[in-house]
Design a protein around this ligand. Structure first.
Ligand SMILES: Nc1nc2c(ncn2[C@@H]2O[C@H](COP(=O)(O)OP(=O)(O)OP(=O)(O)O)[C@@H](O)[C@H]2O)c(=O)[nH]1
Length: 236
């Protein structure tokens, strides 16, 4: 049994306080209190401080989980990479503070546009990623377009009476159903489409052309038959 009084938790509690996290109501140093402190620290370390979105580390974990899920369940999942257009010019013209404000506004708009089950992450300075589980392939482009349009409608007040508009480019790729791919390959494919969107003029969404699965219904049945359950678990 751990005696929580003997643990040095000062720094952890200061971090939580500084981040504005609510400290647990439970009796200090009790087991439920300690658990609540750990939960709050986990939450803090999985979020980006500027936007409150999921950070790159959590995104990578979620993406690997999604790769596994798609390979098992065969449901199509879409990964969108999103980058603010000409963002350097925003910083250069209006300053870093306004740049941060724009990043926050874009993050809010994107998070409000997708479904609660979708995961929006800030994966770089002005770069975001969205994992959309169970997203039908024929609606992928419409979803990406909706996000693009929503951001382009933003009017961000960056000074008294001074409004700023911003656009984003998006690149997307579906995880191949029934196939064990890797998070890295999936990200690279979506990134390639993002570069295409930038090269084709920005403020647009490009999705990887769909390649129909070569796995037949019969093969899918075989993959999930009890005889092959070991094979399924061991396959790379
Ligand atoms: N304000 C602010 N700026 C950031 C942050 N992180 C990165 N940046 C800036 O984002 C800018 C990214 O610029 P670039 O990668 O050149 O791209 P861009 O100007 O958006 O141009 P394109 O992507 O080609 O449309 C750089 O100037 C970085 O300094 C941040 O957290 N806050």
């Amino acid at each position: 049994m751990i005696d929580a009084h003997r643990l040095d938790l000062d720094q952890a509690l200061q971090l939580l306080q500084q981040a504005g996290a609510l400290l647990p109501d439970e009796a200090p140093h009790s087991a439920p209190w300690l658990q609540a402190v750990l939960n709050a620290l986990c939450d803090l370390s999985s979020r980006d401080a500027l936007t409150g979105l999921v950070n790159r580390r959590s995104f990578e974990m979620a993406l690997s989980r999604e790769v596994d899920r798609v390979a098992r369940a065969g449901e199509p999942a879409l990964l969108l990479m999103l980058d603010i257009d000409h963002f350097k010019a925003v910083n250069d013209t209006h300053g870093h503070g306004v740049g941060d404000q724009v990043i926050r506004a874009v993050a809010g708009a994107v998070a409000q546009t997708v479904r609660p089950m979708d995961l929006v992450a800030r994966v770089g300075g002005e770069e975001f990623a969205i994992i959309l589980p169970n997203c039908a392939t024929h609606v992928g482009l419409a979803v990406a377009e909706r996000v693009r349009e929503r951001v382009s409608e933003l009017s961000i007040e960056v000074g008294p009476g001074q409004m700023l508009g911003v656009t984003v480019s998006l690149g997307g790729a579906f995880a191949p159903p029934w196939v064990r791919s890797s998070a890295l390959l999936w990200t690279e494919r979506a990134d390639r489409q993002l570069y295409r969107a930038k090269a084709e003029g920005r403020n647009r969404a490009c999705l990887e052309p769909q390649i129909d699965s070569l796995v037949s219904a019969e093969e899918k049945g075989m993959l999930f038959s009890p005889l092959n359950s070991d094979l399924q678990q061991d396959s790379p």
